[in-house]
Write a protein that binds this ligand. Sequence first.
Ligand code: FE
Length: 228
Amino acid sequence: MKRRSVKASGKGENVQGHAPSRAGDRGEIEVTRRSFLIMGGVLLGLLPLMQRAFAAGLTRRTMTGPEKIRVFSVAGGEYVTVDRVIRSDTEWQRTLTAEQHRVLREKGTERAYTGRYWNHYGKGTYRCAGCGNDLFSSAAKFDSKTGWPSFWEPVAAQNVATEDDYSLFGIRRVEVLCSRCGGHLGHVFEDGPPPTGLRYCINSAALVFVPRSAPDGTGRSGSLTPPG
Ligand code: FE
């Protein structure tokens, strides 16, 4: 009787006229099915929170280490020592646009063919939109036909960091981050053109392009000054 009372609370009530045992079976199936649906809904609801927690964990790991790092300055043509840029999320929200924050700080991905730079081929340097770190040269940019700006190498290995990323269905990808502020830039794949065979698939929202002709595009100062 106890089992029947559980079944009666579900859609098993609509099976009047059926043998009690069959109605009971249906009730059990219905309760089980509903439980799965509820569990599935709860898990789906938690997924964004889990992804954010995972993303925050990656960011924290990336930002551990010395407070000063060596990076290559395109403007200076040499390696320089700079402070890491570490800010609270409130500060990032104040200094970035909503889209820049979604990509750089929440590891979002812009839709293909929607960013500013996927088909942009000016001569100059692409810097981190979060901290101004020089990231990619137009000389290493190529048309990957993917709808995202693509490069075969960064301006220097030290200017970016990489992390294993299993956030998409558990598939291993290699995430690319700014080495100075830990901002998420995109991913790197091993299907790029010569000379490296790599494809740095980067979100436009993570970048700010500085033309070679701009005062600080080749200038002697300000290239690594964090915006905001
Ligand atoms: Fe940065």
